[in-house]
Every structure is written in C-alpha cells, then in structure tokens.
Design a protein around this ligand. Sequence first.
Ligand code: GUN
Length: 425
Amino acid sequence: MNRNDTTARVAHVFRGTFVHSTPRAAVGILQNCVLGIAFIEKDQDVVSLSKLWGEYINQYELYIFYIFFMPGMVDTHIHASQYSYTGTALDLPLLEWLNTYTFPVEAKYKDLEFANNVYTKVVRRTVKNGPTTACYFATIHTDASLLLGELADKFGQRALVGKVCMDSNSAVPQYKESPSECKEETDQLCKYENKNILSDCFAPSCSSSLLSELGEIANKNKFHIQSRISENEEEVELVKTLFPSCKSYTDVYLMHNLLTDRTVMAHGCHLTDEELEIFRETGSAISHCPNSNISVCSGMLNVRNVLNHRVKLCLGTDVAGGYSPSMLDAMRRTLDTSKTLTIQDPQHKTLSFEEVFRLATLGGSEALSLDDQIGNFVVGKDFDALRVNVCVPDGPIDLFPGEGPKIPVLSKFLIYLRVVPVPDT
Ligand code: GUN
C-alpha cells in the first residue's frame, strides 16, 4: 500500500499482534503488524514499519505478544431486563422459572427510573466483560427498550435491542399486551429506522395471529428477529399442543415468516436434523447459551452437529438464565459442554478453543449480519477491538519462560483472564 494513498485517511495507528478468525482459519495470528484505521500492513521488520508510519503512531505498544488485539466479542443473546437477579433464582426449570422470577421482574420496567438504573448497570458491566456488540432483550415496554438503546450508545457499545412481544401464557396478568397494543407499539418502533430494533416473539407466549403480524412487520422493515427455540423438552411438548398444525417447533416460526437470514434463535438444544436443515436453508442462526442451558437444566446443544449442518452459530450469555455476563465464560462453558458430550460419546469430535474463539467473534458478526462491519480485522471493516494485556502486575495468570507467542498465551487468556476494552480514542 502506498503511504501517500492513505495518510489523509489515517487517524489512529496501532502496532503489535492481532489475533482474529477468518472463514478459513479459526485463529489467525498477525504478528509484527501496524494497523491503521483504514489500512492494515504486515512486515517482518517492525522497526522499519514503525519508521514508515512513525509520525502517525500515537498508540505505541511494546513489541511483545503479551499484549495483543482481538476483535470485540459479540454477545448474541442477553436479557438486559433480567440483570438485577443474575446469579440467583436458578433452582427451577424453564417454564416455572419464567413465571416465578422472570415475568414479575420484567413487569417492573414500566417504571423508567427502575429501567434506567438496571440498564445503566448491565451495559457498563457487559462492556467490561468483552462484548463490544450485544443483542439485548428488553421487555414489553417501548420507552424502556428505547432507553436501553440510548444507554448502549452512551457507553460505546453496539447494541441491537428487542422489545418483547407477548399476548399469551403469562402468569403475571399485567405482563402481556393485546395483539393490537403489541402491533401499535411495534409500529412505533418502526419509526426508529436503525439496527437497534429487533422483533421478539417466543412461540409459547404468542398467539398465531400475533406471530403472523410480527413476521409481516419484520419482513416489511427488514428487521432483525430474535427469539428462543427448543430450549427444554417440556417447552417443546407445550409448543406441540399450542400449534398442533405445525410439524415441529421450527415449523411454527417458518409458517409465520420468522425464519430469515436476520433471525437469531437462542438455545436449540433439542432440534432435530430435519429442523437444522430448515435453519440452513433460511440462513437463520442459532445462539448457543451453554451457561443457561446447564444452569436451568435445559439440555446440551451439540455444536459440532450444528456446524456439520452448516448452520450459522454464535454464542450468548443468556443473562439471567446464565449466571455470568462474561463472554469468556460463554466460551469456557461451550468447551465444557462439548467435552461433556465427548465423555458421553467418545466418537463426538470435541470443539477446539480456536473454534470457540471464532464463534465468539466472527460467528457472532455473521449471525447478526454485521460481518461486513465487525468480527475480524479484514480491511474495510470497523476497528472494533479489544486490547488484551496478559501480563498486568498481579494479573490472574502466570506466564513462564519460553511460553508464547501464539497459541499458549491466547489459550491462557481465554481460559483465565479478564479483558480490557480499547479506550475511547
Ligand atoms: N424462553 C422464554 N423466555 C426466556 C428467557 O427469558 N430466558 C430463557 N433462558 N429462556 C426463555
């Protein structure tokens, strides 16, 4: 690249090691790199690179592997409205859990002061735990949902926010809407033409006519769609009785035009191979939420099988069914679940930590159709990154002589370390 071509466009330059995933390589390590906003260049001789770009480098880093850059992580499934009780209330199976803990708390978000307090805390907390992009569930309240989007903007997080839509099967009478209220409120959201809006529709909480309305609105406005599917077996049975004319749980969403290449469905633990085929054909994604799948005893998603079906796959914390807002935790639990499946069946091909790294970064961006903007360091994308320092004084991991560069340090980080978001520039 000719320096003269780019100097006018370069605002910031970072020097060091960049770790990312591409469709070909689960982990690609770019050492000795200088990355400028608008260009990336590789050379064996970092000194001459630095001289070349020196006057533009305002973020000097030591040339060692212990500090590296990685793409911001993408949390593709998190209930901001449940953050206040994270780490508690994990003693019931899903359907009882929803009626006992979730719906009563979510009903409180009518009060914007309450919403402001919790939403400020959840955005600040998640930013500290890795995700530069989060796909949030809010509640049925439009004003509070918009507030969540504003707070994410304020704290520098890319957010997709879904207003919950539900008209059925809530044990809390005030926590549901009539189909017409739901349509009116969702139409209100259509006025805000940006990516911060997702339509949300959980089949057991929605009538068929509401699902049809939502499918129509989402397709007309090219909205992202998020919901959950086949999380636990009792729920799968319930859906069969609620929608007897549909062939499967997946068929319920398909029939209501809710499976598109902008759809992310969480869980999917009990999907059949036939259903996974429908996911592949429609380009819909599955968000794997291993912490919550185990915490509320829902099931274990066989990620390898989903990948073999070439279905888009990403990771979610699923706070507060999951007890941790950390994407590092989501990665570790993904490995744990995969290893458990291998213990049960030695033929099962365990996931590698490199594959899990890809799911947390590039996989998330693909699932949300944001891979033209984020997910890795390919030229032309936004600089959406974490700067990781694995040797901070008194840090949580120890490194030993001869360790690193490359995989061992990255692996130790993914297994143990906290993350430091890139400061605002
Ligand atoms: N299914 C419907 N609503 C929810 C929720 O809030 N959390 C989880 N884990 N599953 C759900």
